[in-house]
Design a binder for this molecule. Structure first.
Ligand code: GLA
Length: 724
């Protein structure tokens, strides 16, 4: 049993693999947090932590009982009732009064987690505790849901707010969780970025006041990933306590860590409150996305491995998660919009015998799409470029033993398109103003049923007729104006979230209509790489930046939460199109092999080196593919902290491992030294490349010297096999 309720102590104890999470019902029926950390005995007595009142503290009185607000650690913090920290909920009643007072009412335990009915994807499985709180003045229920994954260090949380009264109420903020910690010297890890520099790790000291990550762009975005971690003093990659919080949501998100004057720390995470409000009329309810908490007592490494297991076991489609994925050749970096039928057919022919499995036709195959200024939204084949249609290309792929893949961008439209000319009101735009364009495009208003149904039909037909076995779904701008022509004034604040529900509905529809097609997510690179998207897309285009060095950082940032099998990584030409850097084919391939390998250049004029190396590289990739799909990742060095990166993927049974070492700038060091974590310390491992057999204990503690790296931006890889 992972959920224990002690009725006498009015205490709930949630236990996962190595953690406990405990809260209780106070005398005046508030839900008060008691503990989150290393696992405790099931009957651990925490009554001594029940709220004590100190005379010199600022106290309020509720029901005649003094309440010390800074000692209260509400499970879901509420505004305007004496707790002056950032609240989880902000709700106004019909008169506009911004006051709620939720008290405990009852609880229920479900052996299987109830899904989110509004269509936000959430993780499968897990025993779930639902606690009901109620505010009798405004007749609103608050249900807090906690799902424990006994086999992992994961606890998910979300909330539902239900109006069971007759009067309207308005949510101005509804977070997925609120979590208070006793005073401690935490550091806060967040992931910021930009287009082509996604997922940059930043670790800041906790300040008095707030550290806020998140954004109101309508997309989880390149600029901030929906993830934050609290790191106790001294915690690092391999040791110390970490509390991770990943929000499974693809829209505007908000993560706030607040330290109050007495040092108490509060974490809240959920939908960004800017551009959000939600009207609840009688009988209506609002469900928040799910937040995935992870506790690690062995640093960021163990946190990441827990998240990886979680996303692989409970989020990513089981039909694909462990299945070898195709090695693709994507047309984008090679051709951009400038291609014709012959170029594509020649490309397909050139792929014969290369080891590449799928040819992906990226942007530019439809409408008047000869650059990014026109044609988006017109989902019919550009016959000038492709007189034989997609069929001719996909048939040729099949003839030479390849699969065919296709790029789509269903959420967007160019003003210069037939679709826009027919339906200018279908885009998100402010009344009486010209719409703001970004990359020359507007966003279709997916909160509108007519728009969504139209695109569903269009996309269904495109995919059905394409002969594709792989689809890349892109989304290349963020949301401005935030006004829908179809919503009444009092519901305009619902647009962003309703839009995202529309995106999820389309993704669910297409992925279930075509269950054998592998869908890859993309948003100008990794601009919407989040846990919710992994529900539909087993893999995600990590970044438009394919430079090997920059990728060591972007892929590291993603690997904090998402498994290697979710990161799509392509080898492209040098000098790199983004930053002009020249790295060797060896290095580009080794760094791309930290995820799902693919290629992205004009293969019609491959160099002799490429012709020779690529088939061999793909063969080698297949020999370690199971480690990428299912293995445990141990990061020993990273390029945020040093001149080197070193990671190892270890099979679950610890019989095999694959090490990637990367050196940024060549140094005077004779040979790099590394330690290899994650091996069985009692077994011996043969290292193929070095002709050495050494114990797992030796490799972990004494380490080994690698052969000298051949220069700047160079790599060494090692293949380890247990011999005893
Ligand atoms: C985005 C994607 C690229 C490519 C282009 C096409 O930038 O990230 O991979 O598909 O769009 O326009």
């Amino acid at each position: 049993m992972s959920i224990t309720v002690n009725h006498e102590k009015k205490q709930f104890h949630l236990r996962g693999k190595d953690f406990s999470y405990v809260f209780h019902v106070t005398e005046n029926r508030y839900l008060n947090h008691l503990y989150y950390g290393k696992v405790l005995a099931e009957d651990a007595d925490l009554t001594y932590r029940y709220q004590k009142i100190a005379v010199n503290d600022f106290c309020g009185q509720i029901d005649g009982t003094p309440v010390k607000y800074t000692a209260l650690k509400p499970e879901y913090s509420q505004a305007n009732y004496g707790d002056f920290r950032d609240p989880a909920i902000f709700l106004q009643d019909e008169l506009g009064a911004p006051v709620v007072d939720f008290r405990y009412d009852s609880y229920e335990i479900y052996p299987e987690k109830p899904l989110i009915s509004s269509g936000i994807p959430s993780a499968r499985g897990g025993e779930t505790l639902a606690v009901r709180l109620f505010d009798p003045v405004i007749h609103v229920e608050l249900i807090l849901l906690y799902t424990v994954y006994e086999d992992l260090n994961i606890l998910t949380r979300r909330a539902e707010i239900r109006n069971i009264g007759e009067k309207k109420v308005r949510l101005q903020r509804a977070m997925s969780l609120s979590l208070d910690f006793p005073a401690d010297n935490f550091r806060v890890l967040t992931l910021h970025g930009n287009h082509a520099t996604e997922c940059q790790r930043e670790i800041s000291p906790l300040v008095h006041g707030q550290i806020i990550s998140g954004n109101s762009r309508g997309f989880s975005s390149h600029q901030s990933s929906p993830f934050v971690a609290l790191m106790r003093a001294g915690a690092d990659e391999e040791q110390g306590e970490i509390f991770g919080c990943n929000l499974m949501y693809s829209g505007s998100h908000y993560e706030c860590v607040e330290q109050d004057p007495v040092g108490t720390v509060r974490l809240i995470a959920g939908i960004h409150p800017l551009n959000f409000s939600w009207l609840l009329t009688e009988g209506e309810r609002f469900e928040t996305p799910e937040a995935v908490l992870c506790f690690s007592d062995e640093g960021l490494g163990k946190m990441s491995r827990s998240y990886h297991d979680f996303f692989r076991r409970y989020v990513i489609n089981p039909a694909f998660v462990e299945k070898p994925r195709p090695v693709v050749l994507n047309s984008w970096e090679g051709f951009r919009f400038r291609f014709d039928n012959k170029m594509l057919l020649d490309t397909v022919d050139a792929l014969k015998g290369s080891g590449i499995d799928v040819f992906v036709l990226d942007d530019g195959w439809f409408g008047a799409r000869n650059d990014d200024r026109a044609g988006l939204g017109d989902w019919y084949v550009n016959r000038e470029k492709l007189p034989g249609g997609l069929k001719e290309i996909s048939d040729r792929c099949r003839e030479v033993g390849l699969g065919f893949g296709l790029w789509i961008e269903p959420e967007m439209v160019n003003p210069d398109s037939d679709l826009y000319r027919a339906h200018p009101d279908w885009v998100i735009r402010a009344p009486g103003r010209e719409p703001v364009v970004s990359r020359n495009q507007c966003i279709l208003d997916f909160s509108r049923r007519d728009v969504l149904e139209y695109i569903k039909k269009q996309m269904y037909e495109v995919i059905r007729d394409s002969g594709a076995c792989y689809i890349k779904w892109d989304a290349n701008r963020h949301m401005t104006e935030n006004y829908s022509s179809a919503l009444p004034a009092e519901r305009q604040g619902e647009l962003q979230h309703r839009y995202m529900l529309g995106v999820y509905e389309l993704a669910e529809y297409l992925t279930t209509s075509f269950p054998d097609i592998l869908f890859e997510g993309c948003s100008g690179g990794g601009g919407r790489f989040d846990g919710a998207m992994l529900h539909y897309f087993p893999q995600y285009w990590t970044s438009d930046n394919t430079d090997a060095h920059d990728r060591t950082m972007i892929q590291y940032g993603n690997s904090l939460c998402y498994p290697p099998c979710s990161q799509s990584c392509h080898v492209s030409k040098v000098p790199n199109q983004r930053n002009g850097r020249v790295t060797s084919l060896r290095t580009r391939t080794d760094i791309a092999c930290r995820g799902i390998l693919g290629y992205e250049f004009d293969v019609r004029n491959m160099t002799e080196e490429e012709k020779k190396s690529i088939p061999e590289d793909i063969k080698k990739y297949h020999s370690i593919e199971d480690l990428i799909l299912k293995g445990d990742l141990y990061r020993m060095k990273n390029t945020f902290d040093s001149n080197e990166m070193c990671e190892v993927l270890v099979s679950k049974d610890k019989s095999r491992a694959y090490v990637t070492y990367y050196q940024c700038m060549n140094t005077h060091k004779t040979t790099p030294d590394i330690r290899i974590n994650g091996l069985d310390e009692k077994r011996k491992y043969q290292i193929a490349e070095l002709g050495l057999t050494l114990g797992g204990d030796v490799l972990k503690n004494a380490g080994i010297s690698l052969p000298k790296c051949p220069g700047d931006f160079s790599t060494v890889t090692l293949t380890l096999t247990a011999v005893e």
